[in-house]
Design a protein around this ligand. Structure first.
Ligand code: NAD
Length: 358
């Protein structure tokens, strides 16, 4: 324990995790140990700028590996855990739910158990200061009708996809570890994130990547599904506020109040691309939009009521959807090689070469 103690981040090579790690180290917030399995979604290339930072330690491994997790707690004696590691893509959860149950449920269970044992080894002061921050999603609440009020912290859980069900299960485990074992945990449920380093299977980076190649922009169903978008840096700032000042045992909803239909998002992206790529042979990019069969069980609408976080911790989203989306498109246009690398088999080969076959 103590002030020089690190935080232990899981999934720090993924989309939100990378942004969090970079922001944490840039802010000089102290040592950070990152445990990541480097699945297709984890990319150490996101973190090359901090590889040599004295405050940064990377561990290649699986959160389901109880012996490894126990050893990490004992060796690094963290003052907090920020738990991002998950299988996170709804479409993949429909095709193959097993990995979602394993990582999201068993993995969270493994971390909770290790944290419990570790806490028993701490003195009263370090124990009181310890935090387990569980990073979760608004998808646990299910779907909203157009006239429904936004999700708040008391909204009953009603997950509809295997992904959402596995995250809901993990939230319930965390809650039970608070109530049963006194684990000082906090849960955050955040709306859809977008921004740099998001794997190009998710809506926004997928559309940008396809548009650049003149490939169709696939829109599910009628495109009228509504999501509440939050720029990833705003999510990271919310997590830091919760880590520092959030109340143990509480849940905080995180969202930017930016409800947009998927079709609106795609058409806005097309206009931005038309503007930023005036010479493109594929413009106007709107002509690439192609309606495809809807995702089974597709939730119609998510919206977040973040008043608890705003009122208690003074957090506010700094980025509007328009400014955030522009920054995001500019980042992807400037990082075409990153997109190529993460979507090519060469990258997974490189991971195996550099990090072994764990
Ligand atoms: P991501 O898929 O981009 O990254 C997940 C990371 O976890 C990857 O680095 C991957 O290698 C790692 N990982 C996967 N399985 C692992 C295992 N068994 N052991 C160790 N590491 C493992 O996900 P993301 O979009 O960055 O989401 C991070 C967290 O935030 C998730 O828990 C997700 O449910 C939650 N969340 C995401 C969003 C969003 O819009 N992306 C919104 C709200 C909440």
């Amino acid at each position: 324990g103590g002030n020089g103690a690190p935080i232990l981040v899981t999934g720090g090579a993924g989309f939100i995790g990378s942004n969090f790690v970079l922001e944490w180290l840039a802010g000089g917030k102290g040592p950070l140990v990152s445990l990541d399995k480097l699945t297709y979604a984890g990319n150490p290339e996101n973190l090359t700028t901090v590889e040599k930072d004295r405050d940064y330690t990377f561990v290649h491994g699986d959160i389901c590996d109880a012996a490894l997790v126990k050893e990490l707690f004992e060796r690094h004696r963290p003052r907090a855990v920020v738990h991002f590691a998950a299988e996170s893509h709804v479409d993949r959860s429909i095709l193959g739910p097993e990995a979602f149950l394993r990582t999201n449920i068993d993995g969270t269970f493994t971390l909770l158990q290790a944290a419990r044992v570790y806490l028993d080894s701490l003195g009263a002061e370090d124990r009181a200061g310890f935090r387990f921050l569980h990073v979760s999603t608004d998808e646990v609440y299910g779907t909203l009708e157009p006239e429904d009020p936004a999700f708040h912290e008391e909204t009953p859980y009603a997950p509809n996809s295997p992904y959402a069900a596995s995250k809901a299960a993990s939230d319930h485990l965390v809650r039970a570890w608070v109530h049963t074992y006194g684990l000082p945990a906090i849960i955050t449920n955040c709306s859809n994130n977008y921004g740099p380093y998001q794997f190009p299977e998710k809506l926004i980076p997928l559309m940008i990547a396809n548009a650049r190649k003149g490939k169709p922009l696939p829109v599910y169903g009628d495109g009228q599904q509504v999501r509440d978008w939050l720029y990833v840096a705003d999510h990271c700032r919310a997590l830091m506020a919760v880590l520092e000042r959030g109340r143990v045992g509480e849940t905080y909803n995180v969202g930017g109040g930016n409800q947009r239909s998927n079709l609106e998002v795609v058409t806005t992206l097309c206009s931005l691309l038309d503007e930023l790529l005036p010479q493109s042979e594929f413009g106007p990019h709107k002509q690439l939009i192609k309606y495809v069969a809807d995702r089974p069980g597709h939730d119609r609408r998510y919206a977040i009521d973040a008043r608890k976080l705003e009122g208690e911790l003074g957090w506010r989203a700094q980025e509007s959807f328009e400014t955030g989306l522009r920054k995001t498109v500019e980042w992807y246009l400037a990082h075409a090689a990153w997109v190529e690398n993460v979507t090519s088999g060469a990258y997974q080969h490189w991971v195996t070469q550099n990090y072994g076959g764990r």
